[in-house]
Structure formats: C-alpha cells, structure tokens
Design a protein around this ligand. Structure first.
Ligand SMILES: *Cc1c(COP(=O)(O)O)cnc(C)c1O
Length: 225
C-alpha cells in the first residue's frame, strides 16, 4: 500500500513538473512519517524512499534511533522550542523550521562537531497568519544573513506552510509569494537551492510555483485519524 501510494505521489510530482516545464528531477520528495511507526518508514524505504520528515521531536528521535541501521535522511519540519534544540542538533540532518535567531544559534552551538553541518531552511509566514510560526517576510533577509554566518549550519533555503487554499489558482498565488522571497534572498547572494513547500493536497500548485521539495504525509502513509 505504501509502495503504491509512493509511486502515485511520484507520478503526481512528475506530471506537475512536466506541466510546469521543469525537469522531473527538479523536485525532491520528503515523506512525512509523523504519527506512523518505524515499520511504515521501513516499508517506504523498501520502496526506495530515503528522506523522511518529522514534526514531533520525541517521536522522531525514537524512530531515528530504531532505524539507525538504514541510510535515511531525517528532516525536522515541526516547531522547535529552545529546550529541544540539542536533541534536534544531535539527531536530524535537516531543519526546515528555523524562524528566529535564538533557535539557530542554539542549533549551531549544539551541533556535534563530528557530524556534517545541519542543513537549514528559514520558515517564512508568507500569508501572514497571526498565530502561525515563521518569520515575517520583511524580516527574512536579516534572519537568513545571520543564520548563514553561523558555524555548524548550512543555510539551504526557505520553507513555507500556507493555509490550505480553496483552489489551484489561490494556492499558486500564495506559493508565488514564497518563491518571490526565495528569489529575493538569492538576489542578495545567499545561494539558496531549496524551496520547501507543497503537501499532499497542494503539491501541484507548489511545483508549479517552483517548489524544490514537497513534504507529503497522508498521500503516502494514509490518514492520521
Ligand atoms: C504534516 C505536515 C506535512 C504533510 O502533510 P500532508 O497533508 O499529510 O501531506 C507537511 N509539512 C508539515 C510542516 C506538516 O506538519
């Protein structure tokens, strides 16, 4: 079932790339395995998936530890409190949800020196939801420049979780704002290569607007109840 779902999602991505006249390898699939156990991750791995996204730190660390024998890449895509930065810095390969300097500084200080740099995206609140996490677009450049200067981290790009849109056109409009910000940061020489946006319901719109990494959970693993 997971293998079939994975192939279906890959086909959706390839189709969206084709429609956007982008090469089919322009978009990386991150499988969001939150709330599913290590067996589900293992099943996806057997079907060829190696990159996994997790929201809840404690749950993730259990899975990462249980699956240490597999060559998996783990991405933290959930909110990070200050008291969780050490465990994140010690276990993950990527963090998509850096939205303030304090968190980035702690990750930088706590990244174990024997590990490669932690790959980081700045989470941006493009559609301005007042209660949402993510740096405001007008503050993203300063934060990105500060993060790019921290040892132990490598700034890779921008991540966004817009509110679900009512249709394709509306979704595209919001993703285009994230793309615009990504381009603006690169115009300042930040050399970003990752635009993390798009989920099960809206990956086509995200790919249309230039996403390079879609984070897909339910379309692969099923509903989370
Ligand atoms: C849960 C989650 C996803 C995956 O959502 P689906 O709708 O299940 O594909 C992607 N990104 C983030 C940040 C999430 O929390």
């Amino acid at each position: 079932m997971i293998a079939q779902n994975l192939h279906h999602v890959q086909a959706r991505i390839a189709d969206a790339c084709g429609k956007a006249r982008r090469p089919s390898d322009a978009v990386t699939l991150l499988a969001v395995s939150k709330t599913f156990g290590p067996e589900a991750v293992q099943e996806a791995y057997a079907a060829g998936q190696t990159r996994f996204g997790e929201n809840y730190i404690q749950e993730a660390v259990q899975k990462i530890t249980a699956l240490r024998h597999l060559p998996l890449q783990w991405h933290c895509i959930g909110p990070i409190q200050s008291n969780k930065t050490r465990v994140v810095a010690e276990h993950f390969d990527w963090v998509h949800t850096v939205d303030r300097l304090k968190i980035a500084q702690r990750l930088s200080e706590q990244r174990p020196p024997h590990l490669p740099a932690l790959q980081v995206c700045i989470q941006v609140n493009v559609d301005g939801g007042a209660t949402k996490s993510g740096v405001a677009p007008q503050d993203a450049l300063v934060l990105a420049q500060q993060v790019a200067a921290l040892p132990g981290l490598r700034l890779r790009g921008v991540m966004s979780i817009p509110e679900p849109a009512t249709d394709f056109i509306a979704a595209c409009a919001v993703f285009a704002m994230a793309r615009g910000l990504f381009d603006a940061l690169n115009a300042h020489g930040l050399g970003l290569d990752t635009l993390s946006m798009g989920m099960s319901a809206d990956l086509e719109a995200a790919v249309h607007e230039g996403s390079t990494m879609v984070r897909v959970g339910s379309a692969i693993f099923g509903g989370r109840g």
